[in-house]
Design a protein around this ligand. Sequence first.
Ligand SMILES: [Zn+2]
Length: 302
Amino acid sequence: MITNPIPWPDGARCAVAMTWDMDADSAFNWYNKETADTLVAAQSWTRYDPLIAIPRLVEQFASRELRLTFFVPGWVIEKYPGQIDLLVEHGHEIALHGYLHERSNEIGKDDELYWFDRGLDAYKSHLGKGPRGWRAPSFAFSKHSLHALLDAGIEYDSSLMGDDIPYALRDGGSNRSLLEFPTDWTLDDFPHYAHNRDLGYRMPISAPQRAMEVFRSEFDAAWEFGALWISVWHPALSGRLARFKAVLELLDYMRHKGGVWFARLDQICDHVQQLIAAGRWTPRVETLPIYDSPLPEFSKTR
Ligand SMILES: [Zn+2]
């Protein structure tokens, strides 16, 4: 099923990176600039993430000796430094997720670079070095993003959805490249759980069992065919009691099945870079931008 299978460490059948996007109240403030101060219930809903869910996740994953990648906007690092320190102390990776959860492909190149730099500065000033990984807020990766990531020395992105295993993104202008660790909407918890009338989220709320059915099916296929399974979960959603209980049950299921390499994305990055350097595996390469402008076919010039 996978034409360019990648060898995982110790003969593992698949790799699992249970990643979390710790948005806290960044996106909420970005999208509600004029009214955020009046939406107190919505504030409390978004702040459940750093105040309640993060300590819960840290405790439960520590007892299961699981270390994960958390994508965090720079503003959230500044606003909740204690939670970032807690994650780092427990061996989790902090990767960058914008500054205020801006949508890079909606704000123009100059603004994109401005907010990207603010995010980088926030990351570096708290963590003392630059991030290795990036996920575009709202998956809004722009046609300028790859260049900016490469300039910042970022080694991997996890915003795109173009494969089942790692691949490489090459910047057509400079010929530099980085690794892409793709995910998919099937592994995002937003479509199942995001319902908040103040914020305009109107998803019908899934039972955790229904959401896990989707995540588990994706895992079973990844295990069967040797893929990379990356969840995109949010502490404000999947960190709530019933849903997080289901996450832990899914983890038990994966461990019981066996042959799974559980890893942070920086560890997967190390592994893939080593495979490439040793000539043991070559990634498929995709050159960006895919299109530099709207298709000429739409210009009605014929
Ligand atoms: Zn996010």
